[in-house]
Design a protein around this ligand. Structure first.
Ligand SMILES: *Cc1c(COP(=O)(O)O)cnc(C)c1O
Length: 452
């Protein structure tokens, strides 16, 4: 009787005990991160000024499973397991024969998937005797998630918030301050990296990362924390996909297509990696679609190269699809998708052809989000709205072919702090930025030279 059910719920007992590590199953040759000064492969010691040993271990381990520490599972109980929904009403609105499910991460205290890694990172830093975490935030979701996690484990939290978001999203700042964090507008005058950016008054994620890394590198009691891109962040997020597998079993379905949005890649990795492992091991034939904005089209149009993670070139070089580390994306409302690169693990899967990337314009994305909200009620964040746009495309294809694919997508967060963007869309005043050939040429010209 699963077929007329809407929510598929697990109990606290079903919170996963282990994260899934896809590293040992990843296709292609491993490409190590490179030291920004010497361009030689990075040793674990190089990361020690920024990260605790346990997170560095999780970054490089090839164990296929990593045990989730007890206190992290306890913290997960505040919102996990998250619900899986069957989108009966959305299917009906689309008139599609496809069966559509979504895993909703907006029920966490911060309203997105980001606390899944924030609590794991705060816990390991507190265990290592660190007093404070510094980080950057774009739209504010990561800063809120880390502020929340630091409050659970008794750490101070210092957040560099991208200037344009700081001005436009004062309520995200209020949440971070309520959880006890200190928030600076980036570029700030507190760091050398910030003081050098007078020409970019609205800031960028790359600049804010440089500032946060500088603070951690210069203070022994302070570590840096990153909300996406790195292997250990992908690892922590796999609780999303592990729970989804159990919930789809309750529903009696297997997904044919799994869809997520990609900014740095963490919610996509979290949902897809447990399913992807089955495909890489020849046990399933699922398709995977990564949805990104046309204004910051890293996976669809970026070059697969070594590049820095930040604007100032302080971070290690990572092998990834990139638009150039000093690329400043046009203002757009999916703030969480405005990053010049992507997680190396996700890029390796795109390069191997296992994950299909697609880019969507801002207006078609909001059209899909509004259609979803009017059917299912939940108001999606502008980031997962890109995944919904891809779902609409697949649902329409199913209508034409008459197939009945099972589609699972990640609803990584709600859009309750993005109402100005919804207003702009509903008033017909939403900009629709694109990425031009000239932008692409300029991006390629700026990539650092790395000997092969
Ligand atoms: C930050 C964020 C994203 C983008 O980051 P990923 O690492 O690609 O997941 C997507 N959705 C939401 C709700 C976010 O907060």
């Amino acid at each position: 009787m699963a077929n007329d059910q809407t929510k598929f719920l697990l109990s606290e007992r079903d919170i996963p005990t282990h994260w899934v590590n896809l590293l040992p199953d990843l296709p292609g040759d491993p490409m190590p991160p490179l030291h920004p000064g010497t361009l030689q492969p990075l040793g674990p010691d190089d990361l020690a000024p920024l990260f605790p040993a346990r997170l560095i271990e999780q970054e490089v381990t090839t164990d296929p499973e990593v045990e989730i520490p007890g206190p992290v599972r306890e913290a997960y109980k505040l919102w996990r397991p998250t619900p899986l929904y069957r989108a009966h009403r959305f299917e009906h609105a689309l008139g599609t024969p496809a069966r559509i499910y979504y895993k909703y991460e907006g029920t966490s205290p911060a309203g997105s998937h980001k606390p899944n890694t924030a609590v794991a990172q705060a816990y390991e830093n507190a265990e290592a005797g660190i007093r404070k975490l510094s980080t950057e935030t774009g739209a504010g979701q990561w800063g809120s998630a880390l502020a929340f996690a630091c409050s659970l484990f008794g750490l101070e939290c210092e957040v560099f918030m991208v200037g344009s978001s700081y001005d436009q999203k004062p309520y995200r700042r209020s949440i971070m301050r309520t959880w006890g964090a200190t928030v600076h507008r980036s570029p700030s005058d507190r760091t050398e990296a910030g003081r050098g950016q007078a020409t970019h008054p609205t800031g960028s994620l790359g600049i804010a990362i440089s500032e946060a890394v500088e603070v951690a590198a210069n203070n022994a009691d302070t570590n840096y924390s990153l909300g996406s891109v790195l292997n250990h962040v992908m690892l922590h997020q796999t609780v999303i996909g592990i729970e989804s597998i159990a919930q789809l079993e309750l529903a009696g379905d297997e997904p044919d297509i799994v869809i997520g949005c990609v900014g740095g890649g963490s919610n996509f990795a979290g949902l897809t990696f447990p399913f992807l492992r089955r495909v890489l091991r020849g046990e399933a034939r699922t398709r995977f679609i990564a949805a990104e904005p046309a204004a910051c089209p890293t996976l669809t149009r970026g070059a697969f190269r070594y590049d820095f993670g930040d604007t100032a070139g302080l971070t290690p070089l990572l092998p990834m699809h990139t638009l150039g580390h000093d690329f400043v994306p046009p203002p757009m409302h999916a703030g969480g998708l405005r990053y010049h690169g992507d997680a190396p693990m996700v890029c390796a899967l795109v390069k191997a052809g296992v994950v299909e990337p697609r880019a969507y314009r801002q207006n078609e994305t909001f059209a899909a989000a509004v259609q979803f909200a009017r059917a299912e009620g939940i108001l999606p964040g502008p980031e997962p709205a890109h995944a919904i746009r891809a779902v609409v495309q697949e649902a329409e294809r199913a209508k034409q072919t008459g197939e009945r694919p099972v589609i699972l997508f990640g609803l990584s967060g709600h859009g309750h702090f993005d109402l100005a963007a919804y207003d702009a869309y509903l008033d017909g005043e939403l900009a629709d930025p694109e990425f031009s050939e000239a932008d692409m040429d300029a991006a390629l010209a700026r990539l650092p030279e790395v000997p092969a």
